[in-house]
Design a protein around this ligand. Structure first.
Ligand SMILES: O=C(CO)[C@H](O)[C@H](O)COP(=O)(O)O
Length: 233
């Protein structure tokens, strides 16, 4: 579920600082959400000023924005991302890196395979996203027909699934890939164990736990940016 606590100025600082790390000739995974959007806009300005950059979007929305602001696009068939810049709903430090909850924008399926393909994942966030431990709920994208069996499996794991409802239409949120989203609340969980259990559940397309994937987290504040680098294990 989306957290909406952070200011837009803090998100902009985080997005712009992460975009600043992109160097000439790089292919960038373009994350989804209001914070990643600031990075995409910054990359558009950099491309205007001559930076050779190509983006691989993680959603319809990030593709549209990249087109609007002039980030040239490519695909996973043509290129591998050097770096991905993506937002998060929750960020928790762990030995050697960070655990994330993602999927507030229901884009976590594409985000996970684009972010995983990148050599480096830079997360952009504001302080409202910092959590210890992760609390959830965990967004789980499911094949529509499989919703009842996935919901039963989530209950077996001790969770309570809620079908995500659309805000501007009657009925459920449908992802860019035509799936439904169950927001699954757990009363405390081990991220690695829950991630493995959800991945092993038939009918689950992808879930929003990103364990140990991020290399750095750019936390925008009211007056600057704090960069948290993955600590050695
Ligand atoms: O995971 C996501 C989309 O699926 C977003 O990155 C996450 O919801 C954060 O969004 P925002 O930057 O708008 O708070």
């Amino acid at each position: 579920m989306k957290r909406t606590g952070g200011s837009d100025a803090a998100k902009r600082r985080a997005g712009e600082a992460a975009a600043d790390r992109v160097t000439d000739g790089q292919v960038v995974g373009l994350g989804t959400g209001s914070t990643a959007a600031h990075a995409i806009r910054a990359l558009g300005r950099a491309a205007d000023s001559g930076l050779d950059v190509r983006g691989i979007p993680t959603s319809f929305a990030s593709r549209q924005l990249a087109r609007e602001v002039g980030v040239p696009l490519t695909t996973l068939e043509e290129a591998t991302p050097d770096v991905a810049i993506d937002g998060a709903d929750e960020v928790c430090e762990r030995p050697g890196g960070f655990d994330l909850v993602k999927g507030g924008g229901a884009a976590h399926t594409r985000e996970k395979y684009v972010d995983s393909a990148a050599d480096d994942l830079l997360v952009v966030a504001d302080p409202s996203k910092l959590a210890d431990p992760l609390a959830g709920p965990i967004p789980v994208a499911v094949v529509p027909d499989a919703r009842p069996v996935v919901a039963a499996a989530v209950r077996e794991l001790g969770g309570e699934p809620t079908l995500r409802a659309a805000e501007h239409k009657d009925g459920p949120v449908v992802t860019d890939d035509g799936n439904l989203v169950l927001d699954c609340a757990f009363d405390g969980f081990d991220p690695d164990e829950l991630s493995a259990a959800l991945s092993a559940t038939p009918g689950v397309v992808e879930h929003g736990l990103f364990c140990g994937l991020a290399d750095a987290v750019f936390v925008g504040t009211e007056d600057g940016v704090e960069v948290l680098e993955a600590s050695p294990e």
